[in-house]
Design a protein around this ligand. Structure first.
Ligand SMILES: Nc1ncnc2c1ncn2[C@@H]1O[C@H](COP(=O)(O)OP(=O)(O)OP(=O)(O)O)[C@@H](O)[C@H]1O
Length: 355
């Protein structure tokens, strides 16, 4: 069994000692907290996540008393004009808005702009904790739990892809787990429109030069969940990259450990090629050593998602029609559409500046 499928010796975070890097991080977060409290309508309760484009915090909406999640992107952090921020936020908010109402995608409530600071805020429903923290705290998922989780994720990704959106950064940090086990995909900072690449094979994309837009954001994606084509030909990746990431997530649900543990792009490529080699030579038996509690049908899904060639990879719609989902003995939980509870987007209003 090659390294790619060996359960990872995942490194736990170092103990939080005074003066350690973790402590320095906390001080940084506290400083942000003080500034965040200056926002008129939202009282910051605690920071819950951080991406390259902003901080996500649990916050209380003073007007309604509701607890929400606010992604705060500081104005001008990436450009003196602040223009790239605005474009990125509008794009991220638009992707979320397009999918609103789907239970598997975190609901956007509002977008706001601080007139003085030019900070931008995406207000969302609060969900979570993240699947990453669930996996770190509890046992790996059983096959039934994995099937339920994968069904929800595939339905959400089917919706995303149907709207022409590539998420681009699906990983356990960007999957939130509700108290009832309901999963929601968040973290749309690297999302991109399928645009020119939609409906084309990978080869057609290469020949026609049809590139995925905004590929500059690939650096922000989580390397251990990148598909082979994202690793090699990053400008031509399509929605299939999300399917590969879902394969990585599925393996992690079953083992409790990340499928790939590479820390450099070269290592990641080596591990990706090892997996390709194993799947090519052993087929679904490639998973025997690490996933002993998965039926043949489940292994077919896993192998179909982790196919090296993007054109052979299962789409979300195809995966959902597979017998692993359709022939299970237990009836699937009904998925009810959610009321978006939506406040119109881009109602620009001042939410206070630095006072
Ligand atoms: N609505 C939410 N409720 C609870 N937690 C959230 C919510 N949205 C995001 N998070 C948490 O905050 C983290 C960072 O979110 P963010 O949207 O910044 O991620 P990202 O898109 O991966 O980063 P970036 O936008 O910088 O690329 C997520 O990984 C998630 O764990």
């Amino acid at each position: 069994m090659a390294a790619a499928l060996t359960p990872a010796a995942r490194k736990r975070p170092a103990p939080d000692k005074a003066g350690s890097p973790a402590d320095a991080g906390k001080k940084k977060k506290r400083a942000r907290h003080q500034q965040f409290e200056n926002i008129d309508d939202y009282e910051m309760l605690e920071e819950i996540g951080e991406g390259i484009f902003g901080v996500v915090a649990k916050a209380r909406d003073h007007r309604t008393g509701a607890t929400v999640a606010v992604k705060w992107i500081r104005g001008g952090e990436f450009d003196q004009d602040g223009a790239p921020n605005l474009a990125a936020v509008v794009r991220e908010a638009s992707f979320l808005a397009t999918c609103r109402g789907h239970p598997g995608i975190v609901q956007i409530k509002n977008v706001a702009k601080g007139e003085e600071t030019r900070d931008l805020y995406i207000v969302m429903e609060l969900a979570g904790p993240s699947l990453r923290s669930r996996l770190e705290r509890q046992q790996p998922f059983s096959e039934d739990e994995t099937r339920d989780a994968m069904r929800q994720l595939l339905q959400a990704v089917e919706k995303l892809h149907a709207t022409g959106t590539i998420h681009g950064d699906i990983n356990p940090d960007n999957i939130l787990v509700g108290a009832d086990g309901a999963l929601k995909i968040c973290g749309f900072g690297c999302a991109t429109p399928a645009g020119d690449v939609a409906g084309k094979t990978f080869l057609e994309r290469l020949l026609e030069g049809a590139r995925t837009q905004h590929q500059e954001k690939l650096d922000g994606t989580t390397m251990q969940y990148r598909s082979p084509e994202q690793l090699i030909w990053s400008q031509w990746y399509g929605p299939e990259g999300d399917m590969y990431a879902l394969g990585c997530v599925m393996a992690e649900l079953l083992t409790g450990e990340p499928l790939f543990t590479a820390t450099t792009e070269d290592d990641m490529m080596d591990q990706t090629l090892d997996l390709w080699d194993e799947l090519a030579s052993m087929g679904v038996e490639a998973f025997d050593d690490v996933i002993d509690h998965l039926s043949l049908a489940g292994r077919e899904i896993l192998a179909g998602l982790l196919s090296y060639y993007s054109c052979e990879r299962l789409t979300a719609a195809e995966a959902l029609k597979h017998r692993w989902f359709t022939e299970e003995t237990k009836p699937p939980a009904a998925v009810k559409p959610e009321s978006p509870g939506f406040v119109p987007l881009f109602t620009e209003r001042s939410i206070g500046g630095d006072k």
